[in-house]
Design a protein around this ligand. Structure first.
Ligand code: PLP
Length: 417
């Protein structure tokens, strides 16, 4: 499904003209489609229906309360990786009993905050972390539910920065050591062994790595279920890939389900999924306005008002984002789309065939709903963009554009001269 379509030469976000959103809210502007989020959630729920999974939306991907809240309304839980994300998820209406807390570096303060909230479980990434969670739970007189994160050492065939289930990655526990870690967990009376967790990487387009990972943990799951009566969750993380380029095949939820369901049905565990990009990646675009077209000695630069501080994926992951005109034009040019940041890494596209544009024209950077605004920064003292959610003909500002005052909020004058 595509909620951003060209209709009679105008780019529409559902039933709203993107041009009108840019005029109303300014640029750069993130625009999200609620229908797209609903469609993706429904497609995954349908494909996985035989095991009735709990879909914990990975909050890191797009942290806006309206986005988290939309998914919470649909019945999603949340996957969080910090106290801040836990705060956001709860504030957006996700019940704590549907929140899983992952991440390799949880502090005592974060663990205690989560224990007080009462979560589904902590995903535990190391033995020292296990001991720390046990100690915090003991001190608070609570029982912490835990799922150890297995590192199955499989290649998810994705960019090396977003591969997380290989032995050289910092995530999870090696399969040779994980049973020892479960025994260590069982020895702590303040811990309850709730399940097993994995997350092998992101933007995975081929279902085979999921099958390999499940094959690797099959024996382990059976033994754990037999040994620990409280062991009942299998959380296989997120990672389902989406289409960024024309001709690229996204990971169809039905293909994914066909591969993972046989394992899950056999093991009889409660299934948890943690998709992020799949739910919101193609639900968002970044609208930007051309400031200058500069003819360099060797190439043309289309200089726009969105930079790497607004969308860092192209320089960080060499990610491809389609860029389309908001109003169709006839001619084509070839060049780089660059922002105003003082870095040569500040590009949204390089050596790309683009619509022929002039100063003042609007462009839309597609597939920007995941790891877009969430990774935005104030570098070069630029306020972060506004965010808008569209639903049918309606649209609403869900985060106002940051002002210059926002940039210095929290800074303090020195107490001495
Ligand atoms: C533990 C965990 N779960 C889920 C996700 C979401 O991944 P994706 O957006 O690829 O679905 C991530 C992403 O880093 C993660 O670290």
């Amino acid at each position: 499904m595509n909620s951003f379509q060209m209709v009679r030469g105008r780019l529409m976000a559902e039933s709203v003209a993107v041009k009108s959103l840019a005029s109303r809210y300014g640029t750069p502007l993130y625009v999200y489609s609620r229908s797209h989020i609903e469609g993706q959630y429904a497609a995954l729920t349908r494909a996985m229906a035989p095991v009735k999974p709990l879909i914990c939306y990975s909050v890191k991907v797009n942290t806006n309360a309206a986005v988290i809240g939309t998914l919470a309304e649909l019945g999603a839980g949340a996957d969080v990786v910090s106290g801040g994300e836990l705060y956001r998820a709860r504030r957006a209406g996700v019940p704590p009993s549907r929140i899983a807390f992952a991440g390799v570096g949880k502090t005592r303060e974060e663990i205690e905050y989560a224990l007080r909230a009462g979560l589904l479980f902590f995903t535990v990434e190391s033995e020292p972390e296990l001991d720390r969670i046990a100690e915090c739970a003991r001190r608070l007189g609570r029982k912490a539910r835990i799922a150890l994160r297995a590192n199955p050492d499989v290649d998810p065939e994705t960019h090396h920065y977003i591969s997380t289930g290989k032995k050289e990655n910092k995530f999870g526990l090696d399969l040779r050591r994980i049973e020892r870690a479960y025994r260590r967990a069982a020895a702590h009376s303040s811990l309850e062994i709730a399940g097993l967790h994995m997350h092998i990487g992101s933007q995975i387009l081929n279902p085979a790595p999921f099958a390999h990972a499940l094959e690797r943990v099959a024996g382990l799951c059976r033994r754990l279920r037999a040994r620990y009566p409280t062991f009942r969750y299998l959380d296989i993380g997120g990672g389902l890939g989406i289409q960024y380029k024309p001709g690229q095949h996204p990971l169809d939820p039905a293909r994914f389900a066909k591969v993972v369901l046989p394992f899950m049905k056999e093991w009889g565990l409660s299934v948890v999924l943690e998709p992020g990009r799949f739910l919101v990646g193609n639900a968002g675009i970044l609208v930007t306005r051309v400031q200058y077209v500069k003819n360099g000695p060797s190439k043309k630069f289309v200089i726009v008002d969105a930079g790497m501080n607004d969308l860092i994926r192209p320089p960080l992951y060499q990610a491809h984002h389609e860029i389309v005109p908001v109003r169709a034009t006839r001619g084509k040019i070839v060049g780089d789309v660059v922002g105003p940041i003082c870095e040569s890494a500040d590009f949204l596209a390089q050596d790309r065939q683009l619509p022929s544009v002039r100063e003042g024209d609007l462009l839309a950077v597609l597939s920007a709903g995941a790891y877009g605004f969430a990774m935005a920064s104030n570098y070069n003292s630029r306020g972060r963009p506004a965010e808008v959610l569209v639903h049918g003909r309606r649209h609403a500002l869900i985060r106002r554009r940051e002002t210059r005052e926002d940039l210095v909020r929290g800074e303090q004058r020195l107490p001495w001269r």
